[in-house]
Write a protein that binds this ligand. Structure first.
Ligand code: AMP
Length: 405
């Protein structure tokens, strides 16, 4: 199974063996369209269940890659050099990450002309992401028209959110005409992590209520009841909700009118401000949590305030989703910050003992790349660290769809 994540200026890919979920190769083409493009390809020899095993030699090529067509062709050449070209009989399908699936795509979907048109129709609600995803799919189809191509949508896991949680309280006709509602993103990660958390507790996902905190450069929370998503923090776009690396998360929508009227900023300037110059980077100039913690430890007050704003928002969402779920079995931390930052986990759960939430300091400090509990032995609510693996989840969903075709 070849998994492709085609972004606006980069293409990431992974080749996985579905017998055991082992990774056979990973690669990245970055800075597409610039003179400084780079392709990095690493053949791997497995490791099972998402493992990478021991790696082969990484091959790096620094040469201009003008567009997504050229990027995918270069990646296909690298894979072919390892004996796994796009026309290899062992390659069963390709799974594509597609950011926005709107309301229609609730499941992984075999791509045909009609599906391509619908992904295209959703471009106005995902102007940065869907066009890049489409370019990846179209190039793959051109390279091997017979290979099944499957779209796995970031929004799909959230299509079960009840109407009263998905609708904004704005004029219904305007909202419907322009498809304004909460869609949610990072769904592949929330699906994978909520299921892995249930496994970690030794229980069936249908019995377990989980709050998932996906804290990467982008960040989102979700409330998952019995394996079904009932609420998530990102909305029409990935701007809403938690404080992120460069995105503001929740603000009063009137901030936008105020900046337009008082500061004379254009809609595009405000868009850039809230998406690219806000969040942690806007608050303290850094968006890497490691650097922020280093500054906090050195007594930097600006970094301290940014950290406090970040974890305060997290605590508010944990409390809100506790109320949404009524009963919580686990809170799961994932992605770059969630998996690696013990101070964030500690601060996000501090003072929530009344809700049964706490971390054990020694367990929280331990570093490991496997799912683990960081709550005390007798905790009412488990606090878990569960490394996410969106590529493995895309590969599994793709495989589940095509193995019967
Ligand atoms: P992601 O988007 O999931 O790749 O997460 C990227 C973010 O994770 C970076 O911007 C950092 O803020 C954070 N991160 C990565 N490694 C660490 C670490 N060891 N400790 C704290 N934060 C980390």
């Amino acid at each position: 199974m070849l998994v492709l994540n085609s972004g606006s200026s980069s293409v990431k890919y992974q080749l996985l063996d579905m017998a055991d979920g082992a990774r056979l190769a990973t690669g990245l083409v970055e800075r597409i369209g610039e003179r400084t493009s780079r392709l990095t390809h690493t053949p791997l020899n497995g490791g099972g269940d998402g493992g990478s095993g021991s790696g082969g030699e990484t091959r790096t090529h620094d040469a201009p890659v003008p567009d997504h067509d050229a990027a995918l062709k270069a990646a296909a050449d690298e894979l072919a050099a390892d004996g796994m070209g796009l026309d290899s009989p062992e390659l069963a399908a390709m799974g594509h990450r597609v950011v926005h699936g709107g309301r229609r795509f609730t499941e992984p979907t075999l791509i045909d002309d009609d599906v391509l048109k619908e992904i295209e129709r959703l471009v106005p609600v995902a102007p940065l992401h869907n066009p890049a995803n489409l370019r990846g799919i179209r190039t793959a189809l051109a390279l091997n028209p017979r290979l099944p191509q499957v779209a796995v949508f970031d929004t799909a896991f959230h299509t079960t959110i009840p109407e009263y949680a998905a609708r904004y309280a704005i004029d219904v006709r305007t909202a419907d005409e322009h498809r304004v509602r909460r869609y949610g993103f990072h769904g592949t990660s929330h699906a994978y992590v909520s299921r892995r958390t249930a496994e970690l507790l030794g229980r069936d996902p249908s019995e377990v209520n989980v709050i998932v905190l996906h804290l990467g450069n982008g960040a989102s929370a979700s409330a998952v009841r019995g394996g079904v998503c009932v609420e998530t923090s990102m909305g029409l776009t990935p701007l809403e909700g938690l404080v992120m690396g460069t995105r503001s998360g929740d603000t009063d929508p009137a901030v936008i009118f105020h900046l337009a009227r008082v500061a004379g900023m254009s809609v595009d300037e405000i868009d850039t401000l809230l998406n690219k110059k806000s969040g942690l980077v806007g608050l303290c100039g850094d968006n890497d949590m490691r650097e922020i913690r280093r500054r906090v430890d050195a007594g930097d007050e600006t970094a301290s305030l940014a950290f406090d704003i970040y974890v305060h928002r997290l605590r508010k969402y944990i409390g809100a989703y506790y109320a949404v779920l009524g009963r919580v079995d686990a809170v799961a931390f994932t992605a770059g910050v969630g998996e690696n930052s013990a101070p964030v986990r500690e601060a996000a759960t501090a003072g929530l003992e009344g809700l049964g939430l706490a971390v054990d300091p020694a367990r929280n400090e331990e570093r490991a790349a496997v799912p683990r509990l960081v709550s005390p032995e007798d905790a009412r609510v488990a606090v878990a660290v569960v490394p996410t693996d969106e590529e493995l989840e895309i590969a599994r969903q793709t495989y589940a769809l095509v193995k019967h075709v």
